[in-house]
Design a protein around this ligand. Structure first.
Ligand code: PLP
Length: 219
């Protein structure tokens, strides 16, 4: 089932669009099934989920952190993940930088954009993004590789399209500035219900869970 879902999805994604399998709550067995079908990147939201499955998945894979990251959890994950997609504050950037310096690693990061400017949601506001990237560009042990956004969970397609296209404009604007140490390469937008729309607005990285693994069961 998971295998069929992955194959159908990979066949459907346009060339150049990277698939991140969003694996929160899934077992190592389920993750391995997705990897066997061609998934190359696993996204985890919680440090304890990552640690739970990390040692059981012994095949080559890239791990992306896609959840809200607390500064006190950074130390436990920096040696394991290949990208942090949810950089949302200067304090977090400094902590990642410090912990990566200690292990001689340069961490690729995406800046999370709070595209709908929701007060309860993490992320940098679109208008502050350029300034924020400028501020963290000098940190030697992180490397900015682009932007990520969630968008509101309940939104009409037209609204979602607007948030995605705005994030795309911010992405292009920062790219044009050619900030030293910053490579605007990835625009991570779209989940099961919105990835088609996001790709239409320029996403080249999509984070998909349900369409691969089925409905989540939180019990
Ligand atoms: C769960 C999750 C996804 C995937 O959601 P689905 O609707 O299951 O595809 C994508 N991004 C983030 C940050 C998530 O937490």
């Amino acid at each position: 089932m998971i295998k069929d879902n992955v194959k159908a999805l990979l066949a459907e994604l346009p060339e150049g669009v990277r698939l991140v399998a969003a694996a929160k709550t899934r077992s190592a067995t389920e993750i391995l099934e997705a990897l066997e079908a061609g998934v190359e990147i696993i996204g985890e939201n919680y440090e304890q989920d990552l640690i739970r499955v990390y040692d059981s998945v012994k095949v080559p894979v890239l791990w992306h952190f896609i959840g809200h990251l607390q500064t006190n959890k950074v130390r436990q994950i920096v040696d394991k993940v290949d990208m942090i997609e949810t950089l949302d504050s200067l304090r977090l950037a400094e902590e990642i930088n410090k912990r990566c310096a200690a292990i001689n690693k340069v961490m690729p990061v995406l800046v999370e954009i709070n595209s709908a400017e929701e007060s309860a949601k993490a992320g940098v506001r679109p208008a502050d993004a350029e300034n924020f990237v400028g501020k963290i560009a000098g940190l030697k042990n992180i490397a900015v590789k682009g932007l990520m956004t969630m968008g509101p969970l309940v939104a009409e397609d037209d609204d979602l399209r607007m948030y995605f296209s705005q994030t795309r404009r911010v992405f292009d604007k920062i790219k044009l500035r050619q900030i030293e140490g910053v490579e605007m390469k990835y625009l991570s937008m779209g989940m099961t219900s919105s990835y088609k729309l996001a790709i239409g607005e320029g996403a080249n990285m999509v984070r998909i869970g349900t369409r691969i693994f089925g409905e989540r069961n939180y019990d």
